[in-house]
Ligand binder design. Structure first.
Ligand code: FES
Length: 231
């Protein structure tokens, strides 16, 4: 089975989505909430592509033989830029002081898209830190609600250590325990959930800045070449 994206023909296997086929072929489509070990959920919408005049999440859209898809268009670039700017303003992303700087997929996507300003007013939300766990701090100021930690803990670790609480604009990730604290769950720093965050929510205690700023994954190469930090 074959399809065409941005004029390039790509081979796909049965059951492939546009995103999985493109990833196998080394063709980059921006994404933040997708991970190859988990079913796609379509949360971030950064992977939108266009086919027959419709915008489709490439992580959820199955390839059909001969389909024609566009990803590298001006319209999609602007949409992705606006989505990324929304993610920046609705959290507190202070890149220069963040331990994940240079390893953060949101920051790397901002660079790739040429993000130079917020475009939208900054929300400055008040979000808690959770330092209750002996090995890990959670800084929810950086959470983009991709829900990868929730899904990884459920489906890869079988621990259900995280949950989405609240609804609509109040929705947020929290530890799934009676007091809402990570230290009261069975989470361990070696869990899949600990390493799957695309940004900088999960901070190991007792370590920091082991790799100097300037020598990190996305300091050295664009995200399209450097790949996912959580792969
Ligand atoms: Fe497809 Fe996030 S990667 S919606």
């Amino acid at each position: 089975m074959r399809f065409v994206i941005d004029g390039m023909t790509i081979e796909a296997q049965a059951g492939d989505t546009i995103l999985t086929a493109c990833r196998r072929a080394g063709y980059y489509i921006p994404h933040l909430c997708f991970h190859g070990d988990l079913p796609a959920q379509g949360n971030c919408r950064l992977c939108l592509v266009e086919s027959k005049g419709r915008l489709l999440p490439s992580c959820l859209t199955k390839v059909t033989d001969g389909m024609e898809v566009a990803s590298a268009t001006e319209q999609l670039h602007t949409l992705r830029l606006r989505l990324t700017q929304m993610l920046f303003v609705e959290g507190n992303h202070i890149c220069p002081s963040c331990e994940a700087s240079g390893n953060c997929m949101l920051q790397a996507l901002g660079y790739r898209l040429g993000l130079l300003d917020n475009h939208y007013p900054q929300f400055f939300p008040r979000r808690p830190l959770d330092a209750s766990h002996p090995q890990m701090i959670l800084d929810f100021n950086r959470c983009i609600q991709c829900q990868l930690c929730v899904r990884a803990s459920d489906q890869l670790d079988q621990k259900h250590a995280f949950v989405v609480a609240g609804r609509g604009g109040e929705a947020h990730i929290t530890a799934s325990s009676s007091n809402g604290q990570l230290g009261s769950t069975s989470f361990a720093a070696t869990d899949h959930a600990a390493g799957i965050c695309p940004v900088g929510v999960f901070l190991g205690k007792g370590v920091g800045y082991v790799t100097p700023i300037g020598e990190r994954r996305y300091d050295r190469a664009d995200i399209a070449q450097a790949g996912d930090r959580n792969a």
